[in-house]
Design a protein around this ligand. Structure first.
Ligand SMILES: [Zn+2]
Length: 103
């Protein structure tokens, strides 16, 4: 009897890159080369209220309701998602989210 060794060819699946954003961008406009129009541009940042913004507002509203702190997340950029656009071709370049941000 001879055992066939079959385990030599493990398929290594790369699953890491699937859910990555288009680009690694931060919360502020960043200088880069646009992958669509190949111009060196400064990205145009748009601040969006995310679910995280609402959660922060809710928590602050509960803790500091007597100071009306619940409006703070909506008027500061600190807890908002940031969408980056190319100012030249106006294509969407990447998203910065606050999910992992420390309060
Ligand atoms: Zn562009």
């Amino acid at each position: 009897m001879k055992l066939v060794e079959n385990s030599a060819y493990h398929q290594i699946e790369e699953v890491a890159g699937i859910e990555m954003e288009l680009l690694h961008v931060g919360s502020e406009p960043v200088g880069m080369r646009c992958p669509f129009c190949y111009e060196d541009v400064m990205t145009k940042a748009q601040y969006k209220n995310s679910r995280f913004t609402h959660i922060v507002a809710l928590v602050l509203g509960i803790l500091f309701w007597w100071m009306c702190c619940c409006v703070i997340p909506y008027i500061t950029k600190r807890w908002k998602d940031v969408e980056h656009y190319c100012p030249n071709c106006r294509r969407y370049l990447g998203l910065y989210t606050r999910r992992s941000a420390i309060l």
